[in-house]
Design a protein around this ligand. Structure first.
Ligand code: K7E
Ligand code: CUA
Length: 696
């Protein structure tokens, strides 16, 4: 795919070169001249795949690049020599940005580079060891978010077969979601009328720091909501609209037992956002929201300084961590990227509960909001409720190591990850002292996952790599050292999150890892200008073999994060249990048609192969009709639906399920209701005639 035969050589010398340069740490000469190993040099635009590098730059990369002052790419690779550890300064960051052009050139050349590392497609891994034969089951459930489709996708691992989709924030006809009374009401009441959402972080509930298979929680970054998916029925069963914030970005839990679900507020807005302080950004705020997992009620919020971004809970239940950007509290990109530092916020959950119980809060939009800003009186004294740990600017992902010892924040605009000692957070006077490691990972580190063997795996968005490193070694090493890195592997291309099997628990499985790559470029048959993303599966179980790429899976836009759960920890229902829903089941023989008054009709009916209980139903124009229908089948996988296109209805009915819907028969005529699930040889005949007689 590349026309540059030197690309591979350039790459193979890269590591050596920055080692060398890191030693002599040549200062930026300020000439703006590209350094010798900076890939495309001089004025000649490098051509890759018939296009210039500039074309291959993503907006994200371009944004970062545009904030750079110089083009000293070698210096960007130079570790920070200053100690203490927090001294990755603005200058260092700027140079990091400057390397973007060079790095994207490398990203564009990865297929040649793959040769250098051995072509995975011929390996044992690809040829069968990790294959799931037809009829065989996968080892893991992967729950991937669907981004701005608003859904969750269920994928089998290692096959990467898509098994199911779970609509969350959007109506979806195949599952009848948003079509029946219960789910459409949930979407309407908790959605302020919005018809879409943006799911990023699916997290499965845990008991004793291990998956319990009960629920999956996921955020809506678009409209500030949190949803709960019931993992017995693989269906969204609750949505909570979160006030005092626009987007809920990070979603995660208080562990070990999912005592609380946290939504991490991103965009800063006036609180409440009711027209006050519209053009007074100083008055905007950003909140962490704590939600009860059982009731999905909001318990409290904590207002903080700056934006927040991602989050993760410590394993002991005391600390919750959120990364953030925009400590400047700016409203434009340039305002948001002025400062050298941003913060990882460490929330002391029991201390926040104390404040709430002592009435030390302001009620805003019906929710107790505790002041966790830096100047808050609640942050004075020996038990501050929020500790602000300054890190190099704009850390993005944060995740807690399986042993619960460290929270690791990924630098995004800085080439390092920051290792925070969780136990130390409570003890140190200055939160900075809790930073115990700052290894140099690569350009654009975004998210970090774990294998349970002491390794961290971090995606680098700009370098397009998964970087494997040893986090204890990072604690031992000097800040800025690359020594803790044990392996790197190209991904295709520009990864966001990555997830290892059960990485969010105390005992990751350590065998598989998925890199969720934002760009697929040339990896698949072209399908028009909107490309699929590329979810790449790696086997990571053999430390000697390193990262083995097994599979590319094209992915509809756009998964951000995932949770990977062993199949033994999920116990999905095969049919519905009628005790698990509130409305009454309609058994065969119990069907009824009742005219309540002149314009109100109640129908109770059932469906089975190949008929509805009523072959026809006669209504009067203008009738308000409440229809309840049960699928009376007891055989697993015999699904029916009742589609009434005229009224925009399609209720999916799994065996023993009952759904209800209300509609107004506002048009006279004949309307066939039919079954949309192909259920039997006589499926096409499974229909009911709805006669709506005209009003006289
Ligand atoms: Cu896309 Cu976790 Cu929302 Cu990073 S986030 S990529
Ligand atoms: Cu029932 Cu098709």
């Amino acid at each position: 795919m590349t026309t540059d035969p030197n690309a591979s050589d350039e790459r193979s010398t890269r590591t050596d070169e920055h080692d060398e340069r890191s030693a002599d740490a040549t200062p930026d000469d300020g000439t703006g001249t590209p350094a010798d190993d900076a890939g495309p040099a001089d004025d000649e635009p490098e051509i890759v795949d018939g296009r210039t590098i500039e074309h291959l730059l993503t907006d994200h990369e371009r944004d970062i690049a545009s904030t750079a002052e110089g083009t000293d790419a070698t210096a960007a690779k130079r570790p920070t020599l200053d100690l203490p550890r927090l001294e990755l300064g603005r200058r260092d960051f700027m140079k990091a940005g400057a390397a973007v052009g060079a790095m994207s050139g490398l990203a564009g050349c990865t297929s040649i580079l793959a040769d250098e590392e051995g072509d995975d497609s011929g390996s044992a891994a690809a040829s069968g060891e990790h294959k799931v034969a037809p009829g065989e089951h996968d080892e893991y459930y992967g729950f991937l978010s669907g981004g701005h489709t608003g859904e969750i996708r269920v994928v089998g691992i290692p096959s990467m077969r898509e098994l199911m989709r779970i609509p969350v924030f959007q109506a979806e006809s195949a599952r009848g979601y948003g079509h029946d009374a219960k789910t459409s009401q949930m979407l309407e009441e908790e959605g302020d009328g919005h018809v879409w959402g943006d799911t990023h972080h699916p997290r499965v509930s845990q008991t004793d720091n291990d998956y319990d298979g009960r629920w999956l929680f996921v955020n809506d970054k678009a409209n500030g909501r949190m949803a709960r998916v019931d993992l017995e029925y693989f269906e969204t069963d609750a949505i909570t609209n979160v006030p005092n914030c626009q987007g809920v970005h990070g979603a995660c839990m208080q562990l070990p037992d999912t005592q609380l679900v946290f939504g991490v507020g991103e965009f800063r807005v006036p609180m409440p956002n009711d027209g006050r302080d519209v053009d007074d950004p100083d008055e905007y705020g950003s909140v962490l929201t704590a939600i009860d997992p059982e009731t999905m009620d909001i318990e409290w919020q904590v207002e903080v300084d700056g934006n927040m971004d991602n989050g993760d809970g410590g394993k002991e239940g005391r600390w919750f961590f959120a990364t953030g950007y925009n400590s400047e509290e700016g409203v434009t990109e340039s305002e948001m990227t002025q400062a050298d530092r941003d913060y990882v916020k460490a929330f002391d959950i029991p201390a926040i509960w104390d404040a709430v119980e002592n009435g030390e809060y302001e009620e805003i939009s019906g929710v107790p909001v505790v002041d966790g800003t830096m100047d808050s009186s609640l942050n004075e004294g020996d038990r501050p409720i929020v500790r602000y740990v300054a890190t190099p600017k704009s850390p993005h992902g944060v995740s807690v190591t399986p042993d619960g010892n460290y929270a690791i924040a990924s630098g995004k605009l800085d080439p390092s990850c920051t290792v925070i000692d969780i136990e130390a957070i409570a003890e140190v006077d200055d939160p900075q002292e809790a930073i115990v490691g700052q290894p140099r990972i690569g350009m654009g580190p975004l998210h970090t996952a774990y294998d349970g063997r002491g390794h961290a795996y971090t995606t680098t968005f700009i370098d397009s790599e998964v970087v494997k490193w040893d986090y204890e070694a990072a604690v031992e090493a000097e800040a800025g050292s690359e020594e803790p890195v044990v392996d790197r592997h190209d991904v295709h291309y520009n990864p966001g999150h990555l997830i290892a099997a059960e990485s969010y628990t105390a005992s990751p499985q350590g065998d598989y890892l998925i890199s969720l790559n934002k760009l697929s470029k040339d990896r698949f048959l072209p399908v028009g200008p909107i490309h699929p993303e590329n979810d790449q599966l790696f086997h990571i179980g053999d430390d000697d073999a390193g990262l083995e790429l097994i599979k590319d899976k094209p992915s509809y836009p756009e998964p951000h994060d995932a949770s990977v759960v062993h199949k033994d920890k999920i116990d999905p229902a095969k049919t519905w249990d009628t005790d698990d829903y509130e409305i009454d089941y309609v058994a065969e023989g119990e069907e009824s048609f009742e005219r309540i008054d002149d314009s109100t009709v109640e129908i109770e009916m059932w469906a089975r192969r190949n008929e509805f209980s009523f072959p026809e139903v006669t209504l009067q124009e203008g009738d308000e009709v409440t229809l309840r229908i049960s699928n009376v089948e007891t055989t697993s996988d015999v699904i029916h639906s009742i589609a009434i296109p005229e009224y925009d209805i399609n209720l999916a009915l799994a065996p023993q399920d009952t759904r209800e819907v209300t509609f107004t028969a506002d048009e006279p005529g004949v309307f066939w209701a039919y079954c949309a699930y192909f259920c039997s040889a006589l499926h096409l005949e499974m229909r009911s005639r709805i006669l709506v007689e005209p009003d006289e």
